[in-house]
Structures are given as structure tokens and as C-alpha cells.
Unconditional design. Structure first.
Length: 349
């Protein structure tokens, strides 16, 4: 239970029962996201009043179903990090990401850092029988699949929106967590991939999982970094209007770098988040006839396709994921906050 910024999370016991249209999920795993750290360490306000259970990267098994949700009972699922209502004007227009009634576990309602979580049934992503190796060719367990709920699907939606494919250049700025999966998804879809980061371990992992070029942003002057991207694109015949830049670092430096990489006709997807301000020359968008767009979460209807990539082993989870017991939550939060881990931590009750 999160009680106040800067305070340790506290173990507690409470009761939950599924209401009509809802399910109670026994949690298999819940991933730690930088959004959680923003609440805990930076004072970013939650929409639900404190105290609150955090956690929005959730996988588990439905153990109780309310009226109208009985078909989910006993099924293994991934709980989307953003759950639109499905009925409002935004949802009907295909804009569920801006649904005013959306549920964000660990922000709007109690989240997944517990033994169970109560969520709407609408939008749940069913997980097939993981014992079937014809389906689960990657040999994944349910707890590890928790990262699908944000770290994988959020960049998947950003990549899906721009129709990335063969002949495109994907430049991923910040390849830890979300960015590491963005590299793999872009590669799986046939794009030429550049990874940019300050961490040599993360860059090496990206090179081993789909990136054609890895660049250290802390060791290269920006002009040299941009020239390296241009040289790779030219060598592979990729025009600038097929450059797709994905800012995944969530840092002012990373966002400045990503924006400055825009060329004629290029597109920037802002996937990472920082509360800090960034100074940009916005006229670059006009001068280059370039575009920039944000990306909030991932629509539930896109989850099955992302899950298929993961189960097929086209997007690897295990080398990028570390399972820890839920009891380690305070130490694990501190480790992620201090950049002492290079993998996505998933806490297991």
C-alpha cells in the first residue's frame, strides 16, 4: 500500500469482491514501471486518493467473476494498463486511449502489487494454455507475461500507428525497458533499427536483439550521432520521410535528441514520460513537414497481436526481465530508481 510520497510501501490486508462486469484476478506477476516511481519518489499525484496499491503491469488468473463476466472465470489473462470503457464517444470513434472513463490500475483503482486485483472484465487479454509448446514456442511463464501490459504493448501501439515495416528506419532513443521492446518489435516487423542510449549494457542487448546500429549518446556529439544515423539510412536506401523516431527514455536529454533527429518528412512518437520541461524549436515540424505525436498506453484490441509476437519468440522477454518476490518491493523500487538494474523487474506474490 502506497501511503505518501517518500514513504515505504506497507503490507496490509483488505477485502475485495468482483462486482457486476468485473473480475478478481489472482496476480501471477506485476511489473515495476517508472510511472510507479513517479508516484513514490517524485510526488506525481495519483487519481485515486491515497492510500493506494500501485502496479499496472499485471498477469494472473481470474478466480472470481461478477454478473456478466462469468465466462472469464478460471482463465489466465493479462490486464491492460489502460482499460477504456468501450461505450463513450471517444471509444466509439476508435480513440479509447483518451476515454474519460478509462481505468488505469494502480492509479484510478487499486493495482497489482498484491495477491489479487479487481478490474473490469471488458478488455482483458486472454492468455492461451502456456503448457502447449506449439502456442508458447518461447516457453514463457505467466508471471513474465506481466510486462506485456505496458512495456511491450505501449511501444507496440506507437509502432502500429505509424505502420512501420520493411523499408523503414526505426530510431529508438532510450532502450531500457519500453525502448528495449520497441527495438525488438520494430525488428520483428522488418524495419532497420538504430538504438541510442547512454548505457552500454542496454545497447549491447539491443544489438543482440535486432538493432543494426547502437550509439552512445553520452560519448558522441549530437552532430556525429545524427551523421551516423544518416550514413546508415543512406547505405540502406532509406529516405528521411521513412524515418520513424521513438522517444522511449522519458528524459529531457532523450526527448531533445529525438526531436532534433527529425528530418524532412520524418515522424516522432513520444512514448516516454518526464514531468520536466524541454525546450524545442517547434518550427522544425513546419520546416521539415515532419510530424510528432504522443502515445498513451495501448488499446486492448491490439494486445492479442503483441502477445502473438511474444509467444512466438519474435520479441524476447526473459533476457530483459527479472522476477523478484513481492516482499522485496521497497528494495526493488529503490534499485530501479537508482538505476541499479538493467532489466524490467516483475514482482511475484
Amino acid at each position: 500500500m502506497f501511503t505518501a510520497p517518500g514513504e515505504p510501501l506497507r503490507e496490509t490486508t483488505r477485502s475485495e469482491n468482483a462486482r457486476p462486469g468485473e473480475v478478481l484476478v489472482e496476480v501471477a506477476g506485476c511489473g515495476i514501471c517508472h510511472t510507479d516511481l513517479g508516484f513514490c519518489f517524485d510526488g506525481v499525484p495519483t487519481r485515486h486518493a491515497l492510500p493506494l496499491v500501485l502496479g499496472h503491469e499485471i498477469s494472473g488468473t481470474v478466480v472470481e467473476a461478477g454478473a456478466g463476466a462469468e465466462s472469464w472465470l478460471g482463465r489466465t489473462v493479462v490486464v491492460p494498463a489502460v482499460m477504456p470503457c468501450g461505450n463513450c464517444a471517444a471509444c466509439r470513434a476508435g480513440r479509447g486511449s483518451v476515454c474519460p472513463k478509462q481505468i488505469f490500475p494502480g492509479n484510478d483503482v487499486h493495482g497489482g502489487f498484491g495477491s489479487h486485483v479487481r478490474v473490469p472484465a471488458a478488455g482483458l487479454c486472454p492468455v492461451p494454455d502456456l503448457r502447449d509448446r506449439n502456442v508458447n514456442r518461447a516457453g514463457l511463464d505467466l508471471a513474465t507475461l506481466a510486462v506485456l501490459a505496458d512495456a511491450v504493448t505501449t511501444p507496440y501501439q506507437a509502432i502500429h500507428r505509424v505502420g512501420l515495416g520493411p523499408g523503414d528506419l526505426a530510431v529508438v532513443v532510450g532502450v531500457g525497458g519500453v525502448g528495449g521492446y520497441a527495438v525488438q518489435i520494430a525488428h520483428a516487423l522488418g524495419a532497420l533499427v538504430v538504438a541510442i542510449d547512454v548505457d552500454p549494457v542496454r545497447l549491447q542487448m539491443s544489438l543482440e536483439h535486432g538493432a543494426k546500429l547502437g550509439l552512445r549518446a553520452d560519448q558522441l556529439e549530437f552532430k556525429a550521432l545524427k551523421q551516423a544515423v544518416r550514413d546508415l539510412a543512406k547505405a540502406n536506401g532509406v529516405p528521411t520521410f521513412r524515418w520513424r523516431i521513438f522517444e522511449c527514455s522519458g528524459s529531457p536529454a532523450g526527448q531533445g535528441t529525438a526531436f532534433s533527429l527529425l528530418e524532412h518528412g520524418s515522424h516522432l512518437s513520444v512514448v516516454g514520460f518526464t514531468a520536466k520541461k524541454v525546450e524545442l524549436r517547434l518550427s522544425n515540424l513546419m520546416a521539415f513537414d515532419a510530424t510528432a505525436a504522443g502515445n498513451w498506453g495501448c488499446l486492448p484490441e491490439l494486445y492479442p497481436a503483441a502477445l502473438d509476437l511474444v509467444l512466438a519468440g519474435k520479441v524476447a522477454l526473459q533476457p530483459f526481465t527479472e522476477l523478484r518476490p513481492l516482499a522485496s518491493i521497497n528494495q526493488s523500487f529503490a534499485d530501479v530508481h537508482a538505476n541499479r538494474v538493467s532489466r524490467r523487474l516483475v514482482l511475484v506474490p
